[in-house]
Design a protein around this ligand. Structure first.
Ligand code: NDP
Length: 281
């Protein structure tokens, strides 16, 4: 039976530390503030935004929600971002994705001041992640790395396989593992003989978006399995991209869903917001 990598517990510890850090920053006259923009009424986005607001409250970070109707035009959204870029009480800006189809996602990402880009999606921050000299890291890969570190797992020299190459998870995840001297293989929907690749992994990260996609027979005995997937298969049932029951029999350590990577993502958002507050002060 694999050890559970409990992101919920680790993230609670991190948020406690961040709460203290925020209090100290306030004594220096720095008041961190996070602007969260949500366009439309996607229920999953609403849940994520509410969780982010709750985490801000817990850490003592001011949160400002901008809930816009789904008819909002790209120009209107860009105008709001411009105002927030210039607003000194806003340290970080986050636009919850996806935005409605008539708005170009990349235009929104490009409009956010890189120094307030707590999601680290702006091309400037993406470039910095490539070079390894960065201020912000996308919250999910950052959360995975923190969880790996906190669990005493050393990436150095390990075979790391990342399934998924999205800009938000797969690609930055691969870079972070590389910066820690992992030997990284990135798999995607065109990868041939996927199981052959995943079975070589000492550290396997699944970020695919398909429920129970990675099964126990695709995992090397004793591997560390990080399940980034969040898939709602029934109104109250979330599962990951890894089939937990078969995977935990083979893996040495595995993240549960929920309670694994998800809470770490939010803790890293808080961390990035404090960093942004320092940078913008
Ligand atoms: P995307 O849909 O953007 O990317 C999915 C990736 O999986 C793509 O690179 C795609 O390949 C690859 N893929 C799809 N099918 C296959 C296949 N059959 N074999 C191999 N690779 C395949 O998803 P995201 O990266 O945004 O998210 C992935 C998962 O993580 C989702 O479940 C999402 O909900 C979850 N998530 C969780 C977060 C958290 O906080 N825990 C935060 C963000 C996301 P290709 O590029 O070739 O199409």
């Amino acid at each position: 039976m694999a050890i559970l990598l409990k992101g919920k517990e680790v993230s609670a510890r991190i948020k406690d530390e961040l709460k203290e850090e925020t209090a100290k920053m306030k004594t220096r006259g720095i008041n961190p503030g996070l602007a969260v923009i949500i366009v439309g009424d996607d229920p999953a986005s609403r849940v994520y935004v509410n969780n982010k607001k709750k985490a801000c409250e817990y850490c003592g970070i001011n949160s400002y929600e901008y809930a816009l109707p789904k008819e909002t035009t790209e120009a209107e959204l860009l105008k709001l971002i411009d105002e927030l870029n210039n607003d000194p009480k806003i340290s970080g800006i986050l636009c919850q994705l996806p935005v409605p189809k008539h708005i170009k996602e990349q235009s929104i990402i490009n409009a956010i001041n890189p120094n307030k880009d707590v999601d680290a999606f702006h091309p400037v921050n993406v470039g910095k992640i490539m070079t390894g000299d960065y201020d912000f890291v996308p919250c999910t890969p950052a959360g995975v790395m923190e969880l790996i570190k906190e669990s005493g797992i050393d990436v150095n020299g390990k075979e790391c396989v990342v399934v998924g190459r999205s800009n938000i998870v797969g690609k930055p995840m691969s870079m972070l593992l590389l910066h820690k001297n992992g030997t990284v293989t990135i798999c995607h929907s065109h990868t041939k003989n996927l199981a052959e690749k995943t079975k070589k992994a000492d550290i396997l990260v699944a970020a695919v978006g398909i429920p129970n996609f990675i099964t126990g027979d695709m995992i090397k005995e004793g591997a560390v399995v990080i399940d980034v997937g969040i898939n709602r298969i029934a109104p109250k049932k979330l599962v990951g991209d890894v089939e937990f029951e078969s995977a935990e029999k083979v893996a040495a350590a595995i993240t549960p869903v929920p309670g694994g990577v998800g809470p770490m993502t939010i803790a890293m958002l808080m961390k990035n917001t404090l960093k942004a507050a320092e940078i913008n002060n």
